[in-house]
Design a protein around this ligand. Structure first.
Ligand code: NAP
Length: 309
């Protein structure tokens, strides 16, 4: 076992995790964070954040995450860029295994966020990383002067499509209905872009490819089942996210879709285990709301630890 029993271990390093780290460090709880091998969470894959208060010119996702980390570390947050493999929440102190090593803590804050959902249609598996991606910021530059499609009707799809116009000759947004979940401002920006076309009432039924990679997709109109083909060499799936909770092995109560449920304030079904950010949030899923919930979780941990004495 490493390091004795910590007051709190924070698992996950998005805005929720770092804010929890900042608050618990300032509360002198000497927190330890396992940030994952790719610390910073989804915002590391985001180009510009325009809606986090305090940045009138916007800020790059990776830059913001580096600043959040630096701020929390200044007050004593210890960050390890490692993944948590497994936890045992059956008794206190809780046990956390990282690269085979056991750590113990009186309380945990789970802020592991969420990951992209794939469509799961025929031909997808073989073309992942060979034309089909879920991250425009990561892979967009591979498609210079090519025709790209983006699947989805939410903010992610609008943001990815707009970003991809930097590289692509044409971007087509494919959405399964004609109502968009995206905010009006992001929809308008995409809809008014000269390089972007929006096709509604289309679902991808199957991906098409040859030896060089993706060549297109078969689209179906959900209203009447009619079929058409679209040519593209790149496709970006932006249909939402699912919470990252596999390492918990069902020891914490979740809803039907796997999101952790809060029982009392930010505490989960296991007393002493708290959760914050996209791993619990089915509604807002914003950097600012995740950060706010990270603050709440840290304050709840502080109070809960006091009550245990
Ligand atoms: P989302 O809002 O849940 O939208 C997902 C979209 O994908 C919906 O249009 C949905 O269609 C579609 N979809 C879902 N499953 C599908 C399937 N199997 N086949 C075809 N289409 C499918 O997800 P998101 O866009 O990732 O956004 C998530 C959250 O992050 C939101 O709260 C959003 O505001 C936030 N976000 C904010 C920003 C920003 O402000 N800069 C950027 C990105 C994301 P239906 O509408 O028909 O269900």
């Amino acid at each position: 076992m490493s390091d004795g029993v910590r007051n709190v271990i924070i698992i996950g390093s998005g805005p929720a995790g770092y804010t929890a780290g900042l608050y618990s460090a300032r509360a002198m709880l000497d927190p330890l964070m396992f940030a994952g091998y790719m610390s910073g969470g989804q915002l590391m894959l985001t180009s510009d954040i325009e809606n986090f208060p305090g940045y009138p010119q916007g800020i790059g996702g990776p830059e913001m995450m580096m600043q959040l980390r630096e701020q929390a570390e200044r007050f004593g947050l210890q960050v390890e860029d490692k993944n948590v493999e497994r936890v045992d929440l059956s008794s206190r102190p809780f046990k956390v295994w990282v690269e085979g090593e056991e750590f113990q803590a009186q309380s945990l804050i789970i802020s592991t966020g969420a990951e992209s959902i794939w469509l799961g249609v025929e031909g997808e598996e073989a073309q992942k990383g060979r034309g089909i991606s879920t991250c425009a910021t990561c892979d967009g530059a591979f498609f210079r002067d090519e025709e790209i499609i983006v699947i989805g009707g939410g903010d992610s799809a609008m943001e990815e499509a707009t970003f991809l116009t930097r590289f692509a000759s044409k971007v087509t947004i494919i959405h399964r209905r004609d109502v968009f979940r995206s905010s009006k401002v992001m929809y308008e920006r995409a809809a008014n872009h000269p390089k972007i076309e929006i096709k509604t009432f289309r679902s991808v039924k199957k991906w098409l490819s040859d030896d060089n990679g993706l060549t297109g997709a078969v689209l179906e109109d959900p209203r009447d089942g009619s079929i058409e083909e679209i040519s593209c060499t790149g496709a970006f799936i932006a249909i939402g996210h699912k919470p990252i909770t596999g390492f918990l092995e069902s020891q914490v109560e979740t809803d039907d879709t796997g999101y952790i449920i809060h029982k009392e304030h930010t505490m989960t079904s296991v007393p002493g285990v708290f959760a914050a950010g996209d791993v619990v949030d089915t509604r807002y899923r914003q950097a600012i709301t995740a950060a706010g919930m990270g603050c709440q979780a840290a304050m709840d941990v502080e109070k809960w630890l006091e009550e245990q004495h």
